[in-house]
Design a protein. Structure first.
Ligand code: NAG
Ligand code: NAG
Ligand code: NAG
Ligand code: NAG
Ligand code: NAG
Length: 439
């Protein structure tokens, strides 16, 4: 009776939802009647829990052993099992629950909260075993079993995973940032260096930091480059966020299309991050810039270095990094380059052109250039300009076939060729600007 009820309700809900969301499930997968963005694959071959997970992922990247998130889903998924030919021989079926992290504390491999449960009342969950299965066809109750047991299993995939795996690199995502890691320690995490050292964090990602004198905010922390602990304040990876024509207030307050995608942290925050350690303990900060890839096409653009393929990588570090507050137009201070190959062998272009310069945006020019506004000219974007610059990391992200010498998102690199200084231009695919206190 219960199942009839669930099925009927399911049909009604499904017809309501399916009129607006028709999800294309992969071949042999069926759309969930309960969650319109979810597909299942009922596998009647027997595998241990780990191999079952692998079979799911091998069939469709981004899939998992299924989570079960409501009584409604529990009833419905089990009806799907009954309808699958061959399932008559499947008594227990693996689903994606386990308590590997902490005994008795179950989690779903897909990251969904383990809020709904349907344990068999006869002594379950049994903490002797770590992997969760359901007696799908009959009681729909769950139990733990030894993970090496061979069972049939149920895979799931969400529509979001299907679109990410098939997305073109320019499928601009508009979703908000993934959740930041929040410190449980009583000492404040004032930057990513605190997270790396006091917080023992070692994974790149989004972390919440609380520098003095400002509301806490989230940033991307680079925890892997050269020892980690870098607070990233500029990050670009595609053209989905326009940087170049942002106004003074945008550069002041920051903008992003998700902190794991493209972002500018905001000059007020960079000011605080780059001065707080000097104020408190006389410790200076290092500025690091990493650029990845080159969209320059030497076949059509003679200012590209033909020696650099599209996978080149450059980095540079400058000391005594600090930017002033708005009163002093966010003036940039750096030392000559400390290390790296981004400057090139014959000139330290960032130091020579940008040190001690004020910030300029398309609506506020603070440079010495009399010919015009450097941020607007050649779509170079907000930056610390003197007589314009060689570095334009906030410039327009031109398509590869339209890159043009020094327009847009560009770095000018100076070397020596046959005893003579020469310049060429790099149009990065990705960039990151970050700081870390000198230790
Ligand atoms: C779908 O299932 C059929 C029957 O088991 C199988 O022959 C076929 O290869 C499967 N297709 C895919 C894409 O997995
Ligand atoms: C990122 O953008 C969101 C939405 O505009 C905003 O709420 C958030 O404060 C931004 N974060 C940063 C660090 O700029
Ligand atoms: C710049 O230096 C990095 C780190 O040593 C290296 O991986 C990279 O290949 C260098 N780039 C070029 C173009 O030589
Ligand atoms: C800006 O910085 C200067 C020098 O550090 C300081 O004297 C001034 O009070 C600051 N202004 C604001 C608005 O914070
Ligand atoms: C981003 O680049 C792609 C590929 O060149 C292009 O099709 C798209 O229109 C660009 N989007 C924006 C917002 O410029």
């Amino acid at each position: 009776m219960t199942r009839m009820h669930l099925l009927e309700t399911g049909v009604i809900l499904f017809s309501l939802l399916s009129s607006s969301f028709a999800l294309q499930c992969p071949t042999n997968w069926t759309q969930s009647d309960v969650y319109h963005d979810k597909c299942y694959w009922i596998v009647t071959e027997r595998k241990n829990w780990f191999d079952a997970q692998q079979v799911c992922t091998d069939n469709v990247p981004g899939s998992y052993l299924t989570s079960i998130n409501s009584a409604f889903e529990n009833g419905n998924i089990d009806a799907d099992v009954v309808d699958t030919p061959g399932s008559i021989f499947c008594d227990q079926m693996w689903i994606g629950g386990d308590d590997y992290e902490e005994s008795g504390s179950y989690t779903w491999t897909d990251g969904k909260p383990f809020s709904y449960t349907n344990w068999d009342s006869a002594g379950q969950p049994d903490l002797t075993y770590k992997c969760v299965s359901t007696q799908a066809k009959t009681t729909k109750k769950w139990r733990t079993e030894q993970c090496g047991t061979l069972n049939c299993f149920i895979c799931e995939v969400y529509a979001s995973a299907l679109t990410t795996t098939t997305a073109s690199p320019y499928n601009c995502q508009t979703s908000s940032s993934p959740t930041a890691r929040i410190s449980a320690l009583s000492t404040p995490m004032t930057d990513c260096y605190d997270w790396r050292t006091t917080g023992s964090a070692s994974v790149d990602g989004i972390y919440r930091i609380s520098p003095p004198g400002i509301e806490p905010f989230d940033v991307w922390c680079d925890m892997t480059t050269d020892g980690g602990g870098w607070t990233v304040f500029q990050k670009r990876l595609d053209n989905c966020t326009v940087f170049w024509n942002r106004l003074w207030t945008d550069y002041k307050n920051g903008f992003n299309n998700s902190l794991d995608r493209n972002y500018w942290l905001g000059l007020d925050r960079i000011n605080i991050l780059s001065t707080k350690d000097e104020h408190e303990s006389g410790i200076e900060n290092i500025l690091r810039i990493d650029i990845f890839g080159n969209r320059c096409n030497p076949a059509t653009d003679p200012s590209c270095d033909p020696a650099f393929g599209s996978n080149v990588y450059f980095y540079g570090e400058w000391g005594s990094f600090r930017i002033d507050n708005e009163t002093n137009k966010y003036q940039l201070h750096i030392s000559p380059v400390l290390k790296g190959n981004l400057s090139g062998s014959s000139a330290d272009n960032l130091f020579s052109a940008n040190n001690n310069r004020y910030f300029t945006t398309v609506d506020e020019s603070n440079s010495q250039e009399t010919a015009g506004n450097c941020a607007a000219f050649n779509e170079w974007g907000g930056w610390w300009y003197g007589d314009c610059s060689y570095f334009y990391l906030n410039g327009k992200y031109f398509p590869t076939d339209q890159t043009d010498a020094y327009s847009g998102f560009t770095v000018g690199h100076s070397g020596i060729q046959s005893g003579t200084k020469f310049n060429y231009w790099i149009h990065p695919i990705r960039s990151e600007m970050k700081l870390r206190r000198k230790n």
